[in-house]
Ligand binder design. Structure first.
Ligand code: SUG
Length: 425
């Protein structure tokens, strides 16, 4: 018998975490460009978030950072860290793989034609610093989900169609182990900021995963949400089981989406946050929707959200009223993620949800408190305390970052991931 449950795989914040302002349209990242980052603190905040999820009784997994600087990528571009222009160097040093919601799109086994859980690694082609993540992500996911009788891990959709993974994918169902309705959210280009998820990529993922077209919805994210800084749909909407929580202005055609959802999943509960109560700007700066909406073992759901949501009086008061309603959301769990948040990554960005039987996953990718303690010791001993923009050009930092990651892999028994995956020959 298999016991399907949701496992959240969090990206461990890599030792090169820095503020280079590389993501146009991600207002937090561009606002913090050039500031001093604190990689050690960032990684510890991420570990504490995982501990908060464990304390709720949830299953927790990890993904490890890829090697930085990515010299193989620079070599494919005909250059080296020593010779590359500072902007290219920053792209090669980015720790952006920490945002695991962009690692892949996941269709759990109950949704697919062959009864396996399908994962398509995101190509992330819209942003240079993210476009070279996929080979290492693919290698890692193939290791974590190696059981081919239960999982199918696909390489990315080919360019030019931009795919940013689970950040633009909502799954609604009566229970995680029941068949779901999968919503693929895409953006339309032409605005001041790029639409990072393309319809063609979403459609390709749905086809590859063998989803029943009658149980799939393609929904456009509103242009105003993208223009306001919602570069991914998980900045303006979140779903769990039968609940969709979304900002009034998240989707281009909310009425059409709600009708389609209600027809396909009669028990669906759609909670809309009105713009009059929380504006798009407030939603984006507080990252209220970039929460993990999780099912508690004792019943009901909790919202694991950034402390920035608590700091915003209007947002917090709306959330308190949501809980007081005695609906599905019973608890608010604020977590401190200031370093990741400063690059536009909240609790939901940092994790990839996979519905699977934990016994079928490579145990090196699952954590309990004791394993988190071991990771924490490596982070405390080896992660740089601070990185200033000029440090990205210092060979001593490149060595420190590389060595820190290797120490983590050794601690986790994942030395097989030490060599960068060969995709840029
Ligand atoms: O792709 N930030 C990430 C944040 C990703 C958030 N993920 C989700 N919403 N699921 C991005 O924009 C900033 C890195 C820099 O500028 O150095 C960055 O890549």
């Amino acid at each position: 018998m298999t016991l399907l449950r949701e496992i959240n795989f969090d990206g461990i914040v890599g030792p090169s975490h820095n503020f280079a302002g590389l993501s146009l349209g991600n207002l937090a990242a561009t606002a913090h460009a050039g500031q001093l980052s604190q990689p050690r603190r960032a990684a510890l905040q991420g570990l504490d978030k995982m501990r908060a999820n464990l304390a709720l009784g949830l299953a927790q997994g990890i993904l490890v950072p890829p090697e930085r600087p990515n010299r193989a990528w620079l070599a494919a571009l005909g250059t080296t860290m020593a010779d590359a222009a500072p902007s290219l160097r920053a792209n090669a040093m980015s720790a952006s793989a920490m945002w695991a919601a962009n690692a892949a799109t996941v269709s759990p086994a109950p949704d697919t034609a062959d009864g396996r859980c399908h994962l398509t690694v995101a190509n992330l082609v819209t942003m240079a610093h993210r476009s070279h993540e996929w080979p290492d992500t693919l290698a890692q996911l193939r290791l974590a989900f190696a059981d081919r009788s239960r999982f199918a891990v696909h390489p990315p959709v080919p360019p030019p169609f931009g795919d940013e993974g689970a950040a633009n994918h909502r799954r609604l169902c009566c229970g995680h182990a029941a068949p779901g309705i999968e919503i693929f959210v895409y953006g339309r280009g032409g605005g001041a900021f790029p639409a990072r998820q393309h319809y063609e990529a979403s459609a390709a993922v749905a086809r590859r995963h063998g989803l029943d077209p009658a149980r799939v919805i393609f929904a456009e994210q509103s242009a105003e949400a993208i223009a306001a800084g919602a570069f991914h749909n998980d900045v303006v909407a979140v779903a769990n089981e039968h609940v969709l929580l979304a900002h009034e202005q998240a989707f281009a055609d909310p009425a059409g989406l709600h009708a389609a959802l209600a027809a396909k999943l009669p028990g669906v509960e759609i909670v809309v946050v009105p713009a009059a109560e929380v504006s798009l700007a407030e939603a984006i700066s507080s990252y209220l929707f970039n929460a993990q909406l999780v099912t508690l073992p004792e019943g009901g759901m909790a919202l694991v959200l950034p402390t920035e949501a608590r700091a915003s009086p209007r947002v917090w008061s709306w959330l308190e009223r949501l809980v007081a309603r005695n609906g599905p959301v019973r608890r608010l769990v604020p977590v401190e993620l200031r370093e990741s948040m400063a690059n536009g990554g909240g609790p939901a960005c940092l994790r990839l949800r996979v519905v699977a039987d934990p016994a079928t996953v490579d145990p090196r990718f699952l954590v309990d408190e004791a394993r988190l303690d071991r990771i924490e010791r490596v982070v405390t001993a080896r992660w740089p305390e601070a990185i200033a923009p000029d440090d990205l050009g210092r060979p001593a930092l490149w060595d420190e970052v590389r060595g820190a990651r290797l120490a983590l892999l050794a601690e986790l028994g994942l030395e097989c991931l030490a060599r960068p995956a060969a995709a840029f020959p």
